[in-house]
Design a binder for this molecule. Sequence first.
Ligand code: WTA
Length: 651
Amino acid sequence: MTDSAKFDTLLVESRVFKPIKEFSKGAHIKSMAAYRKMYNESVRAPAKFWGKVANEFHWFKKWKKVLDWKEPHAKWFVGGTTNISYNCLDRHLTTWRKNKAALVWEGEPGDSRTLTYQELHREVCKFANAMKNVGIKKGDRVIIYMPQTPEAAIAMLACARIGAPHSVVFAGFSANSLKDRILDTEATAVLTADGGFRRGNIVPLKASADEAIAECPSVKSVIVLRRTNNEITMKEGRDHWWHVLMQTASADCPAAKLGSEHPLYILYTSGTTGKPKGIVHTTGGYMCGTYLTSKYVFDLKDEDTYWCTADIGWVTGHSYIIYGPMLNGATSVMYEGAPNHPGPGRFWEIVEKYKINIFYTAPTAIRAFMKWGDEHPNSCDLSSLRLLGTVGEPINPEAWMWYRNVIGKKKCPIVDTWWQTETGTIMITPLPGATPTKPGTATLPFFGVVPDVVTPDGESVGPEGGGLLVVRKPWPAMLRTIWGDDKRYRKQYWSDIKGCYFTGDGARKDKDGYVWIMGRVDDVINIAGHRLGTMEVESALVAHPDVAEAACVGIPHEIKGECIAAFVTMKGENRKNVALEKELGQWVVKEIGAIARPDYMRFSAALPKTRSGKIMRRLLRDIASGSDQVGDTTTLEDVSVLQSLQQYQDE
Ligand code: WTA
């Protein structure tokens, strides 16, 4: 789908679904009037609003000032000290929630574990001490490269407990990607496992970690969880088994008293240029933001069993598997594996097994389920579900309707939540008991969020106008900087539109003020809800000794939303070559990870460029999408390049 086609499908969407009466009755926010009132308060007096939220938490020392804003730097709850691990765990231990399930975990092979708040607290304290015992201390960066196991959650909460910022690296990333992240954070420790399960296979995590760490002199200690029992090598003096350290670790570990702006984590995400950016999130503001969004967007109640299917390697896993739900004292379900292992009904079997009430997933998964067939969800009892959510990319109205009808049986509200790694929390979203929804739009801003759709000059567009999505006011969970590169932070987010945070997304506001996200306006591709810069894939390709030049573009894909089309100029011959396509595909997997493997590859002696030498990606997109007509070619330097690429396609 080209951008204009996307625009068209959205424009014809006119269905409106009013909140379900029964749902509204029991919801935290019961009506639009209630939403409006609270929203207005939140933007009129943000310090009062967020101060009240922060008061629900434990502070070792109370803050002096709610917000200190010097564009583009925000400090929230200045002067206060707290600990998010304490507020996720210890705070519940003096209440009836002490023995409530905090984490319900399902392993891919079918094993399962439940940890109550008390049990999770004990494990976190012990592991925090285990880390201290190998020399990890406050301020040290700790890389977490682990399968989706309870220990991954324990590791995050233990890091937070001692004030060692964690940086979770998605277990699907290659040794190379891991290395880049270790080098950029200058981490002193890596937490990993012998392996992880993926569709029944073992992903050799420790072997990749060894390869990466060999080139990272900052790493002093490695802690290894035993998960898959595959053979690995342990390096004397550097590597420690998780279970061995835990045997002697004390369960007494008071939470560190951390400044509200103490860095909680660094999470890497793709941008348009260069290496992924280390997004820095801090403590107090992030705590308030993840808590409040979880409560109101998911209408979270103590009785709920809540399941977010994300991976902890992405921001959704941070904010909405771990921190947000646990700050609410909720029961959070975590699943280790693939949605279609051992069969395409796995997610629905999990919903039935744990009687899931709230289910949060991504449009790419929904499209895959649609393709796999209704019989899988239909053969499970999904009657426990009361709310459905989606995140990661624009959801096409057809998938939205399927989600509503087949999964929600028309009785569950859908919350389409727009946000980013940078925003830390959900920003634009319906509130399930209040907001009338329309398939394909994330609707209206959450409390305290002031988004706008503007022209490149920063002027608000009128109703039905399209433009750039910005945020006009600071919010508590916003990113604070890019790790080690504040200049890039300013340039990337605060220089395009004066006085605003620029999201990189294009959007349209309809007559009701609903925001319709149109996708990225830059060279970031959204593959199955995962952001990847075209630059990263191009750099990986060009790193191959036989490749002279490469250009990558995103093209529509039925399930993944978008996929990568790569145009490559080899140093030698340039013809269709299936073996070479495969080799380069594997090369990219090794450099970045399997999500970056191009779905489409063409070899060409030259790439279409403007006279000033800029690759014309727009034309490549047209060619790769198989459209007969390519756009304006008047600025093209050499038209024959285009012709040869088009003929290639006809072969
Ligand atoms: C896109 C994921 C439309 C958007 C939490 C954004 C969405 C990028 C939605 C962030 C949505 C996310 N509707 N588009 N509901 N949610 N996006 O950093 O382009 O992995 O800028 O954060 O995903 O991706 P990220």
